[in-house]
Design a protein around this ligand. Structure first.
Ligand code: ZN
Length: 483
């Protein structure tokens, strides 16, 4: 259905503007953005309507609401929503918990889900993402086989379940099919990893092709397919080289240097650091996204910048897992576009990820406004953060989205201007700049009132159309899985 939206303010080119009218056609694309338009005379273009049956959509006046492009969740493992709240204690006898002890709990969840469970849990995570203002997810999907490694009759059974979950929830998805070959250099598999492992690159390539044949993108709720190299831990040089060739024009993502141990092992095995290895095997390009990039050094930063590669930071997960703080100032200075992901789903809230970028940098450098362009623009920090959450994610996944502009997909959200977090912030001089900063640095998922994905209104007045079913089904699955 086509529609015309008239919010109080809309974010256009990084600036909040009043008197904006946005038209969306039936294929879910933005066909027009007008300023100061008189909506009574508007005639939205509708390619499906003939002159005799012209549909003139009613203008939806979004009073007390600000319209933003939807956020892109560039890095997700949907099934990990099951782990929320389950790993926040120290087991008796443990002096210290860290990423590796968390990973044991994750492996347990990863091996407990049936295909039905995976669809249910993923759908619930996607519904939560939509309610929080994410309109597209990059799903870094590494569950491929039965527990223990036996193949399903349909080799892409679990992939199709994740895609079905996205369709059910109404979120746009890029399915990044993960290659996982080994437990680590010189290490044998533990049983729990066998669910992730393909025998060889041929098996991987067949699964990728089958996924693409299944996904059949359409404009409204597109399922896109990309390549994911799990990490330099889980893939040897031959696999990494093969994946670089196989990826072609597709987006390709990899976990990069989340933990110092990965860097040490890479130096031991290859005599070079992870990003140097990725560059050496031909993986770096503008289609490449380094997930985390927590422990990369100056030389690696310049390799990423030189290749015009992207970096996806997952601040709430990195905080939760105690990973460390990446040097974002260096990445930005090298020209690496940033994006955000909720990764382990300890928290699903784009605003928490955005302020995590800037606040992490403030704590790391003991200074302020680190990510702001140094041009004195009052939108400096907020503009950079919101760009990471929208255009940065769209770039990392190769999407025509992330902006309110003609020809972009109508992935849109509204925020409530009467919410206490932002109420009356916009009064006085530079009020709209202050409002955008308050949204980026002090906002939260609770601000989100409406969400459109490809023009489909899936969240209205803060309620997702399938919330009741999604939470009921999830509760049943979680009760069974956790016993
Ligand atoms: Zn991850």
């Amino acid at each position: 259905m086509s529609c015309v939206l008239k919010p109080e303010y809309a974010l256009i080119d990084g600036v909040l503007r009043p008197d904006v009218v946005v038209s969306v056609d039936r294929s879910g694309m933005i066909t027009d953005v007008e300023f100061g338009a008189d909506t009574r005379t508007m005639r939205p273009i509708d390619p499906f309507a003939t002159d005799t049956h012209r549909v003139i959509p009613k203008v939806q006046r979004l009073r007390g609401k600000v319209l933003l492009p939807g956020f892109v969740n560039t890095h997700s493992h949907a099934f990990q929503r099951l782990l929320r709240g389950r790993t926040e204690f120290r087991a008796a006898g443990h002096d210290q918990d860290d990423f590796w002890s968390w990973r044991r709990a994750m492996y347990r969840a990863a091996n407990a889900v049936s295909p039905d469970d995976l669809e249910t849990v993923s759908a619930f995570a996607f519904v939560e993402m939509l309610r929080a203002g994410f309109t597209h997810v990059g799903e870094f999907h590494y569950l491929h086989h039965q527990p223990g490694g036996a193949r399903y009759d349909d080799p892409i059974e679990l992939t199709t379940r994740v895609l079905a979950a996205a369709q059910r929830a109404g979120i746009g998805i890029s399915l990044l099919r993960v290659a996982y070959q080994r437990a680590g250099f010189g290490k044998s598999f533990v049983r729990e990893q066998l669910r992730f492992v393909d025998t060889d690159l041929d098996e991987y390539a067949r699964a990728l092709e089958a996924t693409e044949a299944y996904a059949r993108p359409d404009d409204r709720c597109p399922a896109r397919v990309g390549v994911a190299a799990h990490s330099v831990r889980a893939l040897d040089r031959e696999w990494l080289t093969g994946l670089a060739e196989l990826a072609g024009e597709r987006p390709i993502h990899a976990h990069v240097s989340e933990q110092p141990l990965e860097v040490e092992e890479c130096l031991f095995e290859h005599g070079m650091r992870p990003v140097e290895l990725l560059s050496d095997v031909g993986l770096l390009s503008e289609r490449f996204t380094a997930i985390h990039a927590t422990h990369v050094d100056a030389q690696e930063v310049s390799l990423l910048g030189g290749a015009r590669a992207n970096a996806c930071i997952c601040p709430t997960t990195e905080q939760n897992l105690g990973d460390g703080l990446p040097n974002l100032a260096a990445l930005v200075a090298a020209g690496v576009p940033l994006s955000i992901g909720t990764d382990s789903h300890a928290h699903i809230d784009p605003f928490a990820e955005l302020r995590g970028l800037e606040h992490g940098e403030r704590l790391r450098t003991r200074s302020r406004n680190v990510l702001a362009r140094g041009d004195g623009h009052r939108n400096g920090v907020a503009g950079a953060l919101i760009e990471a959450g929208t255009r940065g994610g769209a770039r990392a996944l190769g999407l025509l989205a992330g902006e309110i502009a003609t020809g972009q997909r109508a992935d849109l959200i509204t925020l409530d201007l009467n919410d206490p977090a932002v109420a009356a912030v916009s009064e006085g001089e530079n009020g709209l700049h202050a409002l955008l900063a308050a949204i980026a640095l002090g906002g939260g998922a609770h601000l989100v009132k409406d969400v459109w994905v490809g023009g489909q209104h899936v969240v209205s007045d803060g309620i997702h159309v399938r919330w009741e079913t999604a939470v009921r089904d999830y509760a049943e699955a979680a009760a069974q899985i956790w016993g």
